[in-house]
Design a protein around this ligand. Structure first.
Ligand SMILES: Cc1cc2nc3c(=O)[nH]c(=O)nc-3n(C[C@H](O)[C@H](O)[C@H](O)COP(=O)(O)OP(=O)(O)OC[C@H]3O[C@@H](n4cnc5c(N)ncnc54)[C@H](O)[C@@H]3O)c2cc1C
Length: 591
């Protein structure tokens, strides 16, 4: 069975040494002293190791089963879900007014990484509930909050998000689900949604569906869409459960990965729903959930890669094949372990440097969300809005690639299901597709986010990078970080300039380069994170603080990322500057 150990030391390093959380002044962060965060993370690590990870492979093999109108989750999931609820893990970063523990979102993210890495499919039941909780918390009336949030915080009731329809995936403006106003102030929701994660299951007493639908008078396209709360069981005024609502699961999908999470066709037959937020402003309300979900999916990208990497390391140490060309390392054995070979090292370094960089980037994103929510910091809100498609798109592409690299280290044995490496690859794949396929993340970044608020946020990002380089470029030890960062950031700025100069006369010039831009920006963001981590590690060593071997490893890993991955920005820039012509050269019927 695959191993999983929570990377607590590395998470602690990002929280305490890189983000320096207690010094940020964010309300609530004063609680995040090193001893406290370490205790929480260690405890989460035990739950992940003892409760969640052992169900990962069995949940994948067994999958979900639709029986008599409900979905049976795999063996052991109900007990594990109860353990998560009893341990208070579902309430960690929720509002104390509704039974939450009030910890910062950053802390929820750090703990979430550990749980997702241990069992991604399981964690989605709670993850979607958290997203629905946030949407109701932000847009709900006081009565709606009082009715739904306490039970969602405790996960006695879970949540879903219902956007997709058979003919309306990316293009939600084409959705057909209707909401007819009723005399009692509710709406009758009718239509079909597909691919709804955790749409039906046996882990909770009630399921609170957040459903996008078209109410009369809103016009065409996405403008006419509103968001509705549609509970599986109607809720009485005293909070008890009433009649079954007109929503049911039609079927569940048989899919490539995340077998233990039910992906449902949901039929709404005049189901009672209540407007959440403003009429015809449903996309805005749903975006609260989607932005959180996109960060969560970006996290899935590197968390699954972390789990795969840990198992690649174990195998690379144990498997004996070939000899080290510079001299045998295991002379008494029939061969040396795989880990002596430079190409295996390359693959391991790729994985390690990506995962640790992505962790820092994701935590920085979560920190920006805390700044925006807890301090009303508009600059932080602008910055995270810019970064969201990068965290989602870049990290899930790379996360999948790294899971494949980890599988590759296992050779043919990685292709065999019982060894578990195949599951990491299959599970990681969906993160590139849902929550807006990655091509759409790239369009969002280049088509919307770059120009948002007059380009203010991307300029702010460039300024952050520039300031860091200026402050540290004269430090010889920092040169392996600052020089590549400077070159990569110059490429990124040149690409943004190319879009400005050529995108207006032909928008295809920008759209044809959008995917390269997303990856380029991902490298620059991870480069900035590595530069910060390098600085923190060098400071730690100079001060004789912390674990020397850990800090030296950190610096070497960062140098690898800067030397081997940041040069990719040059290739992406060359592609971008070739414009739309090579991409669009063929007529559609020439394919
Ligand atoms: C396992 C699973 C779980 C899911 N969970 C949920 C859920 O809980 N709730 C929910 O509402 N949905 C869910 N989805 C749906 C998912 O979000 C959609 O599948 C996804 O958004 C893409 O929509 P689509 O499949 O219709 O693809 P399409 O919209 O048909 O797109 C197909 C491809 O074309 C690209 N494309 C589309 N338009 C453009 C364009 N203008 N320019 C360039 N490229 C374009 C896309 O990037 C994509 O690669 C889930 C899907 C799966 C498979």
């Amino acid at each position: 069975m695959p191993v999983f150990n929570a990377p607590v030391q590395d998470i602690q390093f990002v929280l305490q040494d890189v983000l320096n959380v207690t010094a940020t002044g964010v309300p609530g962060y004063e609680e995040l002293e090193a001893d406290f965060t370490s205790a929480v993370l260690e405890e989460a690590g035990k739950v992940a190791r003892d409760v969640l990870a052992p169900l990962n492979a069995s949940g994948d093999a067994e999958g979900c089963v639709l029986e008599n109108g409900t979905v049976r989750t795999p063996k052991g999931f109900d007990a594990a879900f109860a353990a998560m609820k009893d341990g208070g893990w579902t309430a960690l970063d929720c509002d104390p007014e509704y039974g939450g523990q009030g910890l910062p979102y950053l802390m929820g993210t750090a703990v979430g990484e550990i749980f997702v890495a241990a069992n991604m499919a399981f964690n989605m039941y709670q993850g979607l509930t958290h997203g629905a909780y946030s949407a109701i918390h932000t847009h709900g009336t006081d009565a709606q909050k009082a009715m739904y949030l306490p039970k969602m915080v405790s996960c006695e009731w879970t949540g879903t998000m219902n956007l997709t329809e058979p003919h309306a995936g990316t293009d939600l403006g084409m959705m057909r689900t209707k909401a007819e106003p009723q005399d009692d102030g509710s709406y009758a929701i009718t239509g079909q949604k597909i691919f709804i994660s955790a749409g039906e299951h046996d882990l909770a007493d009630n399921i609170i569906h957040l459903v996008l639908a078209k109410a009369p008078g809103g016009g065409d396209g996405t403008k006419g869409i509103s968001l509705f709360i549609v509970p599986k069981f109607l809720v009485n005024e005293d909070g008890s459960l009433g009649d079954r609502n007109g929503v049911s699961v039609g079927s569940i999908e048989h899919k490539m990965g995340i077998h233990a999470n039910a992906t449902c066709v949901m039929n709404y037959d005049g189901a009672k729903g209540w407007l959440l937020g403003d009429l015809h402003k449903g996309m805005k309300a749903m975006f609260t959930m989607m932005n959180e979900a996109r960060l969560g999916v970006g996290l899935q990208g590197y968390a699954v890669a972390e789990a795969a990497y840990q198992n690649a390391v174990v195998y690379a140490r144990e498997r004996l094949q070939g000899r080290d060309v510079t001299g045998a390392k295991n002379p008494d054995g029939p061969a040396d372990p795989l880990i002596v070979h430079p190409d295996i090292r390359r693959a391991l370094m790729d994985q390690k440097s990506f995962v640790e960089g992505a962790r820092a980037f994701t935590f920085w994103g979560a920190h920006l969300i805390d700044r925006s929510v807890r301090m009303g910091d508009a600059d932080a809100e602008g910055l995270i809005s810019l970064m969201t498609p990068v965290i989602k798109g870049f990290q899930t592409d790379k996360g999948f690639e790294m899971a494949v690299q980890a599988q590759q280290i296992w050779g043919g044995h990685g292709y065999i299901e019982e060894n578990g490496m195949s599951q990491f690859v299959r599970d990681a794949r969906i993160a590139q597709i849902y929550e807006g396929a990655n091509g759409i993340q790239a369009l969002d970044l280049v088509g919307r986010k770059l120009a948002q608020d007059g380009g203010k946020h991307v300029m702010a990002f460039f300024e952050i990078v520039k300031t860091f380089i200026k402050e540290h470029q004269d430090d010889e030890q920092m040169k392996p970080f600052t020089d590549p960062l400077k070159a990569a950031s110059k490429d990124l700025q040149a690409a943004a300039m190319y879009f400005m100069q050529n995108g207006v006369k032909n928008p295809n010039n920008a759209l044809a380069g959008s995917y390269d831009f997303m990856h380029m920006m991902g490298h620059v963001c991870l480069g900035l994170m590595w530069a910060r981590m390098g600085k923190a590690a060098l400071d730690g060593l100079a001060a004789g603080r912390g674990d020397t071997a850990f800090l030296e490893t950190k610096i070497a890993t960062g140098r690898y990322y800067m030397a081997r991955h940041l040069p990719a920005t040059g290739m992406h820039l060359a592609r971008i500057e070739s414009g739309a012509d090579p991409v669009m050269a063929l007529a559609a019927d020439a394919f």
